[in-house]
Design a protein around this ligand. Structure first.
Ligand code: NDP
Length: 344
C-alpha cells in the first residue's frame, strides 16, 4: 500500500448549540495493522446522519458519546485491504462503523459484506442500510398503515422519510410529505409519487397541511418535532399512531423553547383522541433487519422504491456537510465520498 497516513476527523470540542467548524479537527494517524480476527478496510463512503449530533454531547443518551480527540463515529462502506479473518478477503466491499477516517480496523464479527451487484454500494448507508430499515420497521410495526388511511411524514425527501412515504404508498394509503423547500416538495410528489407535499417553511404551512389532509391524519411518522409537530397535532384522528423516530429540530437546542407550555394540550389530545405515541431506535427491530433489506431491494428492483443521494466529495468537507444536515441543506441521503470506487 503506497499511502502511509490515515486522515481522520476528530472531535476537538463539544458544541454548545449548533456545531461549529472548530468543534472538529483533521488529524493524521498511522494506518493500523489487523490482528487475528480483524479486517483493515479503506473507506469509500462515509454516512452522515442526524444521530451524530447527540454523540457530540457529553453524557450517555441511548448510546455512548464520542470522547474529545476521538475519531467521530459513523457508518462506512469500504473495501478490504488486508484481512486476518477467514470470512473476508482483500477486495471485498464491506459496511461497518469505521468512523470519519480513511482507514479502519474492525473485528470481522461487526462487518457486513456489501454486494455491488445488488445496488450501488453507497446505498448500504441509506435505502439498503440503517435508514431504510428504520423506515420499514418503524412504519410497519408502530404506524401500522391501513389501506385508505392518510400517512404524513416530515423530512420527506430525506433518507428515512422518502422510504417511509413510498412504503406507505405501496400499502395503499394517501401519503403526504412535509419538506423544507419547493424543490424538495416537487421531488417528493413527482419522483417519489407522494400524493401531496407541504412546505413547512411557508407562512401558511398549517392551512396547506390541513388542505392536503382532508380526512385528517391516521399515521404521523415523526422525524422533526418542534413547530411541524405543533401543526400536525390538531389534524390527528382518533386512534392515530405516531412512530417517534427523530426530533431533528431540537438536536441543537440548549434550552426549552420560550412560549406557552404545550404539555397539557398534548396530554389532552393523547387522552381524548386515544393516540399511540411510541419512540423507537432502529436496533429495537434487529430481528427484522434481513426481512426489511430483502423487501426493500425487491421493491427497488421492481421500481416501486426510488432513492436520492447527496454526495459530498472529500473527508475534509464532512464537518461542513454535517452542519448543513442539521439545517436542511442536504437533499437526499447525505454521504461523503472519501475515496473513489475502484474501477471495473
Ligand atoms: P434526512 O436525510 O431527512 O436529513 C435531515 C432533514 O431534516 C433535513 O434535510 C431537513 O429536511 C430536516 N430538518 C433539519 N433541520 C430541521 C428543522 N430544524 N426543522 C425541521 N426539519 C429539519 O435525515 P435522516 O433521514 O437520516 O433522519 C431523519 C430523522 O430520523 C432524524 O430525526 C433522525 O434522527 C431520525 N432517525 C432515527 C433513527 C432511529 O433509530 N430512531 C434512525 C435513523 C434516523 P427539510 O429541509 O425537508 O425540512
Amino acid at each position: 500500500m503506497s499511502q502511509q497516513i490515515n486522515r481522520q476527523v476528530v472531535l476537538a470540542s463539544r458544541p454548545n448549540g449548533k456545531p461549529q467548524a472548530n468543534n472538529f479537527t483533521i488529524a493524521d494517524a498511522p494506518i493500523p495493522a489487523p490482528e487475528d480476527g480483524q479486517v483493515l478496510s479503506k473507506t469509500i463512503y462515509l454516512s452522515l446522519d442526524p444521530y451524530m449530533r447527540g454523540r457530540m454531547n457529553a453524557g450517555k443518551s441511548y448510546a455512548d458519546p464520542v470522547e474529545i480527540d476521538e475519531v467521530m463515529s459513523g457508518g462506512t462502506v469500504g473495501q478490504v485491504i488486508e484481512s486476518k479473518n477467514s470470512g473476508f478477503s482483500a477486495g471485498d466491499f464491506v459496511f461497518g462503523y469505521g468512523g470519519w477516517q480513511e482507514f479502519w480496523l474492525q473485528d470481522g464479527k461487526k462487518l457486513k459484506k456489501v454486494d455491488p451487484q445488488l445496488a450501488p454500494i453507497s446505498t448500504a448507508t441509506g435505502v439498503l442500510g440503517m435508514p431504510g430499515v428504520t423506515a420499514y420497521t418503524g412504519l410497519l410495526n408502530i404506524g401500522q398503515p391501513k389501506k385508505g388511511e392518510t400517512v404524513v411524514v416530515a423530512a420527506a425527501s430525506g433518507a428515512v422519510g422518502s422510504v417511509v412515504g413510498q412504503i406507505a404508498r405501496i400499502k395503499g394509503t394517501r401519503v403526504v410529505g412535509i419538506a423544507g423547500t419547493p424543490e424538495k416538495c416537487e421531488f417528493v410528489t413527482e419522483e417519489l409519487g407522494f400524493d401531496a407535499c407541504v412546505n413547512h417553511s411557508l407562512q401558511d404551512f398549517a392551512e396547506n397541511l390541513k388542505s392536503a389532509c382532508p380526512n385528517g391524519i391516521d399515521v404521523y411518522f415523526e422525524n422533526v418535532g418542534g413547530k411541524v409537530f405543533e401543526k400536525v397535532l390538531p389534524l390527528l384522528n382518533n386512534f392515530s399512531r405516531i412512530p417517534v423516530c427523530g426530533i431533528i429540530s431540537s438536536y441543537n437546542a440548549t434550552q426549552l423553547p420560550a412560549g406557552p407550555n404545550l404539555t397539557p394540550l398534548l396530554m389532552r389530545n393523547i387522552l381524548v383522541k386515544r393516540l399511540t405515541f411510541r419512540g423507537f431506535i432502529v436496533w429495537d427491530f434487529d430481528s427484522q433487519e434481513e426481512e426489511a433489506l430483502t423487501q426493500l431491494s425487491n421493491w427497488i428492483k421492481e421500481g416501486k422504491i426510488r432513492y436520492r443521494e447527496d454526495i459530498v466529495d472529500g473527508l475534509e468537507n464532512a464537518p461542513e456537510a454535517f452542519m448543513g444536515l442539521l439545517e436542511g441543506k442536504n437533499f437526499g441521503k447525505l454521504v461523503v465520498r472519501v475515496s473513489d470506487e475502484p474501477a471495473g
